[in-house]
Design a protein around this ligand. Structure first.
Ligand code: ZN
Length: 62
């Protein structure tokens, strides 16, 4: 399965609080200080804030 085909509701990230990969909720676009694009969301299980760097950027992809 390609990451590029994921819908936003399906994005997973590693939650350090749950110590496992969880589904992200309340996903929004986020730009890191170093300019990398990421998703920001909350853990669907404990509510911790999670970030996930977007895969290799292609212009116009997002
Ligand atoms: Zn969690």
């Amino acid at each position: 399965m390609s990451l590029f085909n994921l819908r936003q509701e399906e994005i997973e990230a590693y939650c350090v609080r749950c110590r496992k990969t969880v589904l992200m909720k309340n996903i929004e676009d986020y730009e890191m200080k170093n300019g990398k694009k990421a998703w920001k969301g909350t853990c669907s299980e404990c509510g911790a804030v999670l970030f996930r760097i977007k895969p290799a950027p292609r212009e116009g992809m997002w």
